[in-house]
Design a protein around this ligand. Structure first.
Ligand SMILES: CC(=O)SCCNC(=O)CCNC(=O)[C@H](O)C(C)(C)COP(=O)(O)OP(=O)(O)OC[C@H]1O[C@@H](n2cnc3c(N)ncnc32)[C@H](O)[C@@H]1OP(=O)(O)O
Ligand SMILES: O=C(O)CCC(=O)C(=O)O
Ligand SMILES: [Zn+2]
Length: 413
């Protein structure tokens, strides 16, 4: 936590709009039947996300029915659906029982010319008509400009001012093409913060790898809500991933994040979604990637074993994960090997651990060793020490494959 908290910053007071069931459905592989949507919605609700955003009921009959089904589950999270800035879409959506509507329309010259073909005057008038209608039905309404970062700043600020004036619940900024960087995000959100009094939601695509950093910068500048999806799935290469955002926010304010969200549920929801969209969780995924809490190099291993905070900003236990120190490789060090000696309850000195470490390095120059291989070397050495033959015990083991030929006495201690 910074020493002097920035009064603009919402890094300790933000809400998540989880859009796996909207943006995530736009991922190339995604198809969620109703049962899968319900399973995902419940798992996300168990994490404690503030909102679930669902695909527009205008998309298909099943999408309409799924909005109704999920709205009637009685989840803690508020249910939103995402609609075009169009009265027909708004009317249809209100009938589904959702808590609110996320209304969007493109404002960049690209989208004004090549998507909907409307000018800013038309967009502003339509936005006001749609927002007033949704408000008259007693629902939350957010108004967002698609492709905000390639839109004219004066256009943006005037339309946001106009919708704020008529009492929109939130305005949204969308980096639809993933072109923005954190500094640009900070500046735009800060400017917007000084123009509107309502909440500010932000939506970041990850085409250039900034989606999490942009979300953080937005919150620092005064944004209140961030859109996420599980594993970041969405149109093209997706948006801010839920797990990655939670990792980032935990590093900013651990207590706030731990108290608000059940971080141990992240792995489960990622597994559900990964299976549903037929992908594997990436090896280097935030928190749940298979090596996210694996420490390897000797220098790291020694310090981690003394105090995990030396090389871990995330405590794996807070996420229901476990730490692993890998020792069967040529980057290992005697301190990590000594730690294994202690785990195996062997009676070896530091000098002994150093000798076995030298052997591990020699063999691991050929190929990495398994933990079983390392344990065999340690037990063999330990046994030989009991009979005085430890100085030559490894003489004949000149390749890793020969470790398998050693027969270690069952109980050496
Ligand atoms: C950046 C984003 O991710 S925005 C969210 C994207 N989500 C979706 O597209 C939801 C799934 N979409 C669909 O099922 C369909 O596109 C529908 C039902 C919304 C519309 O389908 P169709 O009527 O067949 O139109 P189509 O998809 O070809 O073109 C989009 C239409 O919406 C209009 N449009 C596009 N964006 C908007 C907007 N934000 N507000 C109002 N109208 C819009 C376009 O002008 C076009 O209208 P047209 O019928 O006059 O050509
Ligand atoms: O509604 C929004 O704010 C975002 C819409 C969207 O998915 C995008 O612009 O990428
Ligand atoms: Zn998007």
């Amino acid at each position: 936590m910074p020493k002097y908290p920035d009064p603009m910053s919402n890094i300790s007071n933000f809400k998540i709009i989880e859009s796996t069931l909207r943006e995530g459905e736009q991922f190339a592989n995604a198809f969620f039947d109703t049962a899968k949507k319900v399973e995902i919605a419940k798992a996300l609700d168990a994490i404690g996300v503030d909102y679930l955003e669902l695909t527009s009921p205008a998309a298909s009959e099943q999408s309409y029915n799924d909005c109704k089904t999920i709205s009637s589950l009685g989840l803690k999270a508020k249910i939103l659906t995402h609609v075009r800035c169009h009265m027909d879409d708004a009317k249809l959506a209100i009938d589904t029982g959702v808590d609110g509507l996320d209304v969007v329309i493109g404002t960049s010259s690209y989208l004004r010319e090549f998507s909907h073909g409307k000018d800013m005057e038309y967009i502003t008038n339509k936005a006001i008509e749609v927002i007033n209608y949704i408000k008259s039905k007693g629902l939350e309404v957010r108004f967002s400009t698609e492709d905000s970062f390639r839109s004219d700043l004066v256009d943006l600020l005037s339309i946001y001012k106009a919708v704020d004036k008529i009492g929109v619940t939130r305005v949204g900024i969308a980096d639809t093409v993933g072109c923005a960087n954190p500094r640009q995000v900070y500046e735009l959100v800060k400017t917007l913060r000084s123009v509107v009094s309502c909440d500010i939601e932000c939506h970041f695509h990850n085409d250039t790898g900034c989606a999490i950093a942009n979300a953080y910068a937005a919150l620092e500048a005064g944004a209140t809500h961030i859109d996420t999806s599980v594993l970041g799935i969405g149109e093209r290469n997706g948006i801010t991933p839920l797990g990655g955002l939670l990792a980032r926010m935990y590093a900013g304010d651990k207590e706030y994040v731990k108290n608000k969200y059940d971080l141990t549920m992240i792995r489960e929801v990622e597994n559900i979604v990964a299976e549903a969209v037929e992908v594997t969780v990436p090896f280097n995924n935030y928190i749940t990637g298979y090596c996210a809490f694996t420490h390897k190099a000797g220098i790291h291993a020694k310090a981690i074993l003394n105090n995990p905070s030396t090389y871990e900003i995330l405590n794996p236990q807070d996420f229901g994960m476990t730490r692993y120190v890998s020792i069967g490789h040529r980057l290992t060090g005697w301190n990590a090997v000594k730690n294994r000696v202690e785990q195996l309850d062997l009676d070896l000195t530091d000098e002994d651990a150093k000798r076995v470490t030298a052997k591990i390095k020699e063999l691991a120059d050929v190929r990495p060793l398994s933990l079983d291989d390392v344990d065999t070397l340690l037990r063999t050495y330990h046994h030989a020490k009991g009979t005085g033959g430890h100085t030559s015990v490894f003489d004949k083991i000149d390749t890793p494959d020969k470790i398998a030929d050693i027969s270690v006495p069952k109980q050496t201690k």
